[in-house]
Design a protein around this ligand. Structure first.
Ligand SMILES: NC(=O)c1ccc[n+]([C@@H]2O[C@H](COP(=O)([O-])OP(=O)(O)OC[C@H]3O[C@@H](n4cnc5c(N)ncnc54)[C@H](OP(=O)(O)O)[C@@H]3O)[C@@H](O)[C@H]2O)c1
Length: 265
């Protein structure tokens, strides 16, 4: 779908989680540019306020800023309260984070937080929004997954498993909703140039190629009808599909070596 058709199809309001940074910030920017009003969700209110002011100045966007910590189950109610009375036709559940390194070295509390943000939040947000989206009969759901969802990932075992949950959730929902006028798409970006990599201890100098978060957001939005799962970017698609087709006993050692190369010791 052409970016300029999005608002007619899914407007007037979109909700973006993880809008304070990276891919989510770019989802917000692109959607504002094509005329959406926005609900912006993340923990860092200062960044959301700065983004909100910028979008209002540039595009006259009406924004609702929701400071919410998605590791807290109660944050879903909090988000829903802020959305009362808004005609939201596009849900972008994008917030997420990864934990790299040996599984045994990641703190149990962080692993649980990761499941809350990466899995519980999209599961509950879709659960709460779907009745309204079905009623509109022209609506969309984007769930940010990852190329790591397509197979197990040594040194990223729990993160990859959490993203497999996201892609699987999208497939099921696509099956339920594709005849109801609700487009559902899990997007699978590969390496994208956001602060996430530094937070996970990845050596940027060892990554061959990054996609820009703006490009990821634009491609995701223009491919929203290509669900249930869309791998973002031709190179990522080629690489991910080739790996996924190999027997796991061959592909897993390749991924193990690649991960050992890029993780800071
Ligand atoms: N970068 C990549 O290479 C890559 C590749 C594949 C998939 N992804 C996925 O893309 C999505 C966006 O990541 P990104 O690369 O853009 O990273 P990022 O720049 O670090 O952004 C992550 C976003 O998630 C939000 N978030 C994290 N924990 C949260 C919490 N507890 N409560 C509420 N919001 C929370 C952050 O906001 P606050 O910190 O302000 O709360 C931030 O807005 C994630 O789902 C990630 O797994 C990224």
């Amino acid at each position: 779908m052409n970016l300029h058709e999005l608002k007619k199809h899914y407007g007037p309001v979109a909700l973006v989680t993880g809008a304070s940074s990276g891919i989510g910030e770019q989802f917000a920017e692109v959607l504002a540019e094509v005329g959406f009003d926005l609900v912006l969700v993340a923990r860092r209110r200062d960044l959301l306020n700065t983004l909100s002011a910028r979008l209002t100045e540039k595009f006259s966007t009406i924004t609702t800023v929701v400071e919410a910590d998605l590791t807290d189950a109660a944050s879903i109610d909090q988000i829903m309260e802020h959305c009362e009375g808004l005609d939201i036709g596009l849900l972008v559940s994008n917030a997420g984070f990864g934990l790299k390194g040996l599984h045994q070295h990641n703190a149990p509390s962080q692993l649980l937080d990761m499941l809350m943000v990466n899995c519980q939040a999209p599961m509950q947000l879709t659960h709460r929004f779907i009745p309204g989206l079905r009623q509109r009969q022209r609506a969309g759901v984007i769930l940010t997954s990852s190329v790591e969802a397509l197979m197990g990932y040594p040194y990223s075992a729990a993160y990859a498993a959490s993203k497999a949950f996201v892609s699987n959730l999208a497939e099921g929902l696509w099956g339920e909703l594709s005849t109801e006028g609700v487009d559902v798409c899990a997007i699978c970006p590969g390496s994208t140039d956001t602060p996430a990599h530094d937070l996970q201890g990845i050596d940027r100098s060892k990554i061959d190629e990054y996609m820009a978060p703006r490009e990821v957001a634009e491609l995701a939005l223009t491919h929203i009808e290509d669900g249930p799962v869309y791998i973002v970017g031709e190179k990522n698609e080629h690489r991910a599909r080739a790996l996924a087709k190999m027997p796991r006993r061959e592909s897993l050692p390749l991924v193990r070596e690649a991960m050992q190369q890029v993780l800071l010791k």
